[in-house]
Design a protein around this ligand. Structure first.
Ligand code: IMP
Length: 423
């Protein structure tokens, strides 16, 4: 059986990765987040309770599983402690932060808001969690990593950073109280210290000794900084390559890549959305699927299943299986549509163009399939699904070229159809 598995989003995030990761996490010795920060919102429902996680990996509720916030992440330490404090104490001992991960400070959030304001109508629609500015500091080599955050030399390093940040903020007419920030963050660092480990060493040793590692992606391929619909993307690599660079496990040690995909499409924030539904069906799906952001509460835009986008995701992430989520939400529709190609100024294309102007001009070409009326939320196996729902899944497999190995028919862990054991 495979020792390593990446679970990632194949659309614009919010595919239901939290549920799928949590479902598989009791088979894993480690669950590792490898990119992003508290911009993510993973909803997990089990034992009749709903848990919303932003930073902590979705394996946190399994006492046997170690959960690592990997080196590729930008982590707001105050939010981390808030999230830890909101959990029962029994879950605190199995969460760790990589000493190579970057610290996201309050001023990153402030700068995120200011950048968005400056962009006006052209804004990205970020979660305003400071993700872009924190990764900008990392790339500019002006960031602070957790190894330095908890070290005795942190005050010296932070004073230098604060004087640069005050200059940046002064240009916006804003001031910061450096002394107060220093004191506050020294206190935070003290509390964070026990959570910080050499995750790269630990994960590689674990793998060498036969342990199983699950990599938990946040956001989705079309929000990837390289492969997404730039500039309407997040600032990290959400596709499979990010799991290697964001954890320190070499790419040739990762065997399976499970792409999580909604049975339809959603997007939050700005940017073109080729299969967006503009009529009443969108409202109906939004309400039934509770399509409101976990992090920000924003209503999500709704679209039909975009086979071009998911095929593109298969290509850049080497997907070996798909987990289709929220299939139950489509019950009750006369017909359902799958986008099989785009038309770009008279030309038929089967990929995501690099230029956002071209992407904005793409029109969807649909295949329309008969829907199903039955409630499928109690289906336990593929054969329990109505013929038209089975047909829909089989068309997804054919169009994307990836086998559907899991199907989710409701928010609870028990509402999961497993077609193939991949981990
Ligand atoms: P940022 O990651 O906050 O910088 O936001 C950049 C873009 O990614 C915006 O369009 C956000 O709406 C989107 N985004 C970030 N995190 C998520 C997520 O977890 N789900 C869906 N969209 C997200």
């Amino acid at each position: 059986m495979n020792k390593t598995l990446i679970v990632l989003g194949t659309q614009w995030g919010d595919e239901g990765k939290g549920k799928i990761t949590h479902f598989l996490s009791d088979r894993a010795d480690y669950v590792v987040r490898f990119q992003g920060g508290d911009n993510a919102g993973h909803t997990i429902r089990f034992q009749n309770k709903t848990h919303k996680l932003h930073l902590l990996p979705s394996g946190v509720f399994n006492p046997e599983t170690k959960n690592i916030l990997g080196n590729g992440m930008v982590i707001n330490p105050k939010k981390f402690l808030e999230e830890i404090d909101s959990l029962k104490e029994e879950y605190h001992n199995n969460v760790f932060i990589s000493d190579r991960a970057h610290v996201l400070f309050d001023y990153h959030r402030l700068l995120d808001g200011l950048n968005e304001e400056k962009l006006g109508a052209g804004k990205i629609g970020t979660t305003k969690r400071g993700i872009g500015p924190a990764y900008a500091d990392k790339a500019a080599r002006t960031g602070i990593r957790f190894a330095d955050f908890i070290a005795p030399h942190f005050p010296k390093l932070f004073s230098k950073t604060l004087s640069e940040v005050s200059q940046r903020l002064a240009s916006h007419g804003l001031e910061i109280d450096g002394a107060a920030l220093m004191e506050e963050y020294l206190g935070v660092a003290e509390r964070i210290k026990p959570f910080v480990i050499d995750s790269v060493g630990e994960l590689n040793e674990a793998l060498a000794s036969g342990k199983k590692i699950l990599f938990e992606g946040a956001q989705g391929t079309l929000l990837d900084i390289d492969f997404g619909t730039y500039p309407y993307v997040t600032s990290s690599n959400c596709s499979a390559g990010g799991a290697a660079t964001g954890s320190g496990i070499a790419p040739n040690k990762i065997s399976e890549v499970l792409g999580v995909v909604k049975a339809y499409g959603t997007r939050v924030g700005e940017g073109a959305f080729v299969t967006e539904i503009k009529d009443g069906i969108a409202e109906c799906i939004r309400e039934k699927g509770n399509e409101y952001g976990t992090s920000t509460g924003r209503p999500r835009r709704i679209g039909w299943f975009d086979g071009v986008a998911v095929s593109y995701s298969r290509m850049v992430s080497g997907l070996t299986g798909l987990a289709v989520t929220l299939l139950d939400v489509l019950s009750g529709l006369e017909t359902v549509k799958i986008c099989t190609a785009y038309e770009l100024r008279g030309k038929i294309i089967h990929t995501i163009p690099a230029s956002i102007r071209d992407f904005e001009d793409c029109k969807p070409l649909y295949e329309e399939l008969p829907g199903w009326m039955e409630d499928i939320s109690q289906a336990k196996s593929f054969s329990d699904l109505p013929a038209n729902a089975q047909n829909y899944i089989e068309r997804i497999e054919k169009i994307t070229g990836v086998p559907v190995v899991m199907i989710s028919v409701g928010p609870d862990q028990t509402q999961t159809i497993m077609r193939k054991n991949i981990f």
